[in-house]
Design a protein around this ligand. Structure first.
Ligand code: C2E
Ligand code: CA
Ligand code: CA
Ligand code: CA
Length: 278
């Protein structure tokens, strides 16, 4: 019996550790690729329209990072952003992506909003915040058209530092959105304490909209935003039926595959000259 349990344990340990090692190896590989990446060549900004209802006017775009390595592998942001944060490369990456995003949105006709995701490291670094504001000034883009999206988990770790940085951004005239709203632990507390202009309702609520409870949650958040004079964007709208429900709940701003996925700039650029709706 002893002998058996020992082999079993050893067997399990071997399986576990090789999976573990494989994961670390691939993280190391991504880390190396990231260290030596030519940011301006390998990274692109894709743009997903943010749509105003009921007329479906595109009022702006969320910038979403895309990375294609020289061996033509696509690596998704949920993978490379945490690695960039851990290795300290995030500052350079954020500024490079933001510079591209502002330059490109500026070349589109009309006064379009630009929503840009910031990570925890970005919103606790006064240096990064200063550089972000420099980018806006350099491109002479109206700061009121810029929204920085942050998550509450980004704030939790170092609340004081984040609060100071967010205040600096707000004083410069940019807007702040609380991303993935409803997925964290204390969303309401942060909504009250942070200088937030907009809430983005996580797509997990939209996928269950035929359930009366989920529908009630979305209705409550929409009403809450109204009474706090905040904008509210519902993310992850994929189906016409979801859109119907959201319109009945008086949702004004939506985003999702039903309208468009995030697109490379060239496609957004061509589309923008044809029509302002989706
Ligand atoms: P997020 O900010 O919550 O962005 C929304 C994600 O949902 C995007 O994934 C988008 O492509 C996807 N999405 C949009 N519409 C739909 C839909 O209708 N259905 C479904 N299932 N998904 C939809 P993506 O581009 O892979 O980005 C993942 C996350 O990576 C983002 O989540 C954001 O947290 C982070 N991220 C992306 N770009 C950047 C960046 O430039 N900087 C930082 N710090 N984070 C970024
Ligand atoms: Ca976002
Ligand atoms: Ca989100
Ligand atoms: Ca997210």
């Amino acid at each position: 019996a002893l002998y058996n349990s020992k082999t079993t344990t050893r067997g399990r340990t071997t399986v576990y550790s090789s999976e573990h090692e494989a994961r670390i190896r691939s993280e190391r590989a991504i880390e190396c690729a990231l260290q030596s990446a030519d940011l301006s060549k390998e990274f692109q900004v894709y743009f997903q329209p943010i749509v105003s209802l009921p007329d479906r006017t595109v009022i702006g775009f969320e910038a979403l990072a895309r990375w294609q390595t020289p061996d033509l592998n696509w690596i998704c942001p949920d993978t490379f952003i945490p690695i960039a944060e851990r290795t300290g490369l995030i500052h350079r990456l954020t500024l490079s992506l933001f510079d591209t995003a502002v330059r490109q949105i500026k070349s589109l006709p009309g006064e379009l909003g630009l929503s840009f995701n910031l990570s925890a490291h970005d919103i606790t670094s006064p240096e990064t915040v200063g550089s972000l504001l420099d980018v806006i000034r350099r491109h002479q883009y109206d700061p009121r058209l810029i929204t920085f999206e942050i998550t509450e988990t980004a704030v939790i770790g170092s609340y004081e530092a984040a609060e100071t940085c967010l205040q600096t951004l707000r004083e410069a005239g940019v807007k702040l959105a609380l991303d993935d709203f409803g997925t964290g632990y204390s969303s309401l507390g942060y909504l009250h304490r942070l200088p937030i202009d907009c809430v983005k309702i996580d797509r997990s609520f939209v996928s269950g909209l035929d359930d009366p409870v989920a529908k009630g949650v979305v209705r409550s958040i929409v009403n809450l935003c109204q009474s706090m004079r905040m904008l509210c964007v519902v993310e992850g709208v994929e189906e016409a039926s979801q859109l119907d429900v959201l319109q009945s709940l008086q949702c004004r701003l939506v985003q999702g595959y039903h309208f468009s996925p995030a697109l490379p700039f060239a496609e957004v650029h061509d589309g923008a000259h044809k029509t302002g709706t989706v």
